[in-house]
Design a protein around this ligand. Structure first.
Ligand code: 7TS
Length: 406
């Protein structure tokens, strides 16, 4: 894998920001888009645009083929058994909300438990809070190890026969921890619970096989994996999706409508009310092709190497604290520089053309657990290089001097 050759495919990365060549290290927030994705969306709008599943005209059937073709790509990408198990949504947040509203609220009873971790992104936390409130179920938190990881022993003792739903991120967007979701699925299933996986930070960076992992629901966003914003996927096992009621009603999702009652289309369309995000799905399909061509195992290996290098370079900066495990982690590094506010760190880095994110990263309970109000985060992708990490490390040393920490 040649990150420099790959970078050439991303027009946006070839610009100066504040007088310096851009170093984009905010990939956990969103990734940039390669030419093939931009072209696929443009071609769709220039040649095929029409509404789907209704037109008998040629453009209508081309648009339908493009949309359903993207679903086939997503099914293959996740190794799901069927396209019936692939629901297009707006992204991870919408996918998790769909499970919380369509499954959790309809199946949970008072006394049931939902198990999550305090390291979850708000998108995998608030929907469960709300589902618990609505049903009388109890929200139960897994303990975290000192480095923020979850031990399987703790997991096993937290999940009981009352647990009906377990929801965890495969990869933490702050700590870079990689949760053992295959083992978690086994333990959850033994207790009769289902496992919902937030795949926002795993899907772009490693090969995902939902059948090998045996997860019950799996959510991800297109924009974090070279695709456009506004499109994502909810994978669900067919027998669970069958049991779920739709949460959005209207056009596209119905079978037969009478004055006082209606029936729904079959899977997955009963969950896709209204005109869908057709161009988004087309762009996601192109992004999947692109990632598969590069190779997910190659991307993962490249990012692990870069993360190890970043940890080595950043650890050498006195006064800099890195959060999360030092090994066996994903390609992002979250840190604080002495007592300098993370927003100030990110602002100074921006004057050097380096884009990182600062703040609570939509993980306020985790910030409290870390006993910080915010952190800075550099997150890598396939187009980042050791030179990018060097630029970051050098700029951090400058930042330290700027704020008077010698
Ligand atoms: N889950 C995790 C683990 C995430 O990192 C994010 C987005 C989401 C869910 C929500 O994804 P969305 O596409 O629906 O917004 N995380 C971040 C981040 O870390 N910085 O900006 C967005």
């Amino acid at each position: 894998m040649d990150p420099i050759a790959l970078k050439a495919e991303f027009p946006i990365l070839h610009q100066d920001v504040n007088g310096h060549p851009l170093v984009y290290l905010d990939n956990a927030a969103t990734t940039q888009k390669p030419r093939v994705v931009l072209e696929a969306i443009r071609k769709y709008y220039e040649w095929d645009n029409a509404n789907v599943h209704r037109g008998v005209h040629t453009l209508g059937s081309r648009a339908t083929d493009a949309y359903e073709g993207a679903r086939e790509k997503a099914a293959r990408f996740l190794n799901s058994a069927s396209t019936r198990e692939i629901v297009f949504t707006r992204g991870t947040t919408a996918s998790l909300n769909l499970v919380a509203s369509g499954y959790a609220r309809q199946t949970l009873r008072e006394g049931d438990e939902i198990v999550i971790s305090p390291a979850e992104h708000h998108s995998n936390l608030i929907p469960w809070q709300q589902a618990a409130k609505a049903t009388g179920a109890t929200l139960k938190y897994l303990p975290l190890q000192e480095d923020g990881s979850i031990s399987l022993a703790d997991f096993e003792s937290t999940v009981t026969e009352r647990t009906k739903i377990v929801a965890v991120a495969y990869v933490s967007n702050v700590l870079g921890t990689i949760n053992p979701v295959a083992e978690m699925a086994k333990i959850a299933h033994k207790s009769g619970a289902i496992l919902v996986v937030d795949g926002a930070q795993s899907t772009p960076h490693m090969k995902i096989d939902v059948r090998a992992l045996d997860v019950d629901f799996y959510a991800f966003s297109g924009h974090k994996m070279c695709g456009p914003t506004g499109i994502g996927v909810l994978y669900g096992k067919a027998q669970l999706l069958e049991r779920m009621e739709p949460v959005e009603f209207g056009g596209e999702m119905i079978d037969f409508v009478e004055l006082y009652g209606s029936t729904w289309k079959e899977l997955p369309w009963k969950f896709e009310g209204g005109t869908p995000i057709i161009a988004g799905a087309v762009g996601l399909g192109a992004a999947i092709d692109f990632l598969e061509q590069v190779g997910l195992p190659q991307i993962e290996a490249h990012e692990k190497k870069l993360a190890a290098y970043a940890i080595e370079r950043l650890s050498a900066i006195e006064g800099l604290t890195i959060y999360g495990p030092k090994q066996e982690r994903a390609g992002l590094v979250t840190f604080n520089l002495g007592d300098v506010h993370a927003h100030d760190v990110a602002t100074v880095l921006d004057t050097e053309g380096i884009a990182v994110r600062a703040g609570h990263h939509c993980c306020q309970p985790l910030m409290r657990w870390l006993q910080v109000s915010s952190t800075a985060r550099a997150s890598m992708y396939l187009y980042n290089t050791e030179q990018d990490v060097d630029r970051l490390a050098d700029a951090l040393v400058k930042t330290k001097e700027f704020f008077g920490h010698e």
